[in-house]
Write a protein that binds this ligand. Sequence first.
Ligand SMILES: [Zn+2]
Length: 298
Amino acid sequence: MLLARAGVGRLRLYDRDFVELNNLQRQVLYDESDVAQDLPKAQAAARRIAAVNSEVEALPFVCDVNVSNIRGVVRDADLVVDGTDSFETRLLINDACLEAGRPWVYAGCIGASVAAMAVVPGRTPCLRCLLPDLPPPGSSPTCDTAGILNSTVMLAVSFQVSEAVKILAGKLDDLVLGVFNADLWRGEFQVVRLNPRSDCPACVRKRYDHLNGSIGSHATSLCGRKAVQILPASAAPICLDDLSRRLAALGKVRCNGLLLKFAAEDFEMTVFVDGRAIIHGTDDAARARALYARYIGT
Ligand SMILES: [Zn+2]
């Protein structure tokens, strides 16, 4: 919405999800009428943007952004702005933008804390300089397991849009150098200087592991079972006890130390110690990936 109000002429909006009541606490593009109509988020966002600035062309794409389509997403863009909830997707964006020479702006938030950074290929360090390996599944809190203070999103977006406007205006010398970190609960704000890693596989060696599929999760529909198996990108063992504590308030959890069963909404998820999960109640791989990202994290 800020980019539309600033007069950015064309916005392509990619989202696989639909608007739910529990999104409204922090996702200010949407309202109760979007929930009542079960609108896909990309569609609801495009409508809102058209109402804010009718001169902006807002194009909704209701789809899962993944390794099969990311090159097409990035190819014709002057700039990519990350609004995702998964490090795996962000590292995929990072690879695709480096390969295509496109700038992008990362931002993430959880609880009351924010991390954000602009990446300009050939000029700044990249996300993989900051995060060489994916955190093991289940090791990081998610918006659904830890919650989020809604003002935190506004802070992340403020930083992100400021950097985006500088890039679009060609003011690359004015970009913040490093990672913007903030904690609104503690009142801490800082920019952590980040040097490019001399051995970064992505921006130095031009080896795009996430883009070429050598690192990444896999979702497979299990034939005839209305279930999808998710194999996470990282095979590091996860602590099921920690995970059951985090999920306890969100649904029914059973855990025997070898596997964890979690039932909520209209699905049941079985999570194994190696991070693998079988999601029962859907045969839609994109929805299964979304549920995994929401409850287990990446
Ligand atoms: Zn790098």
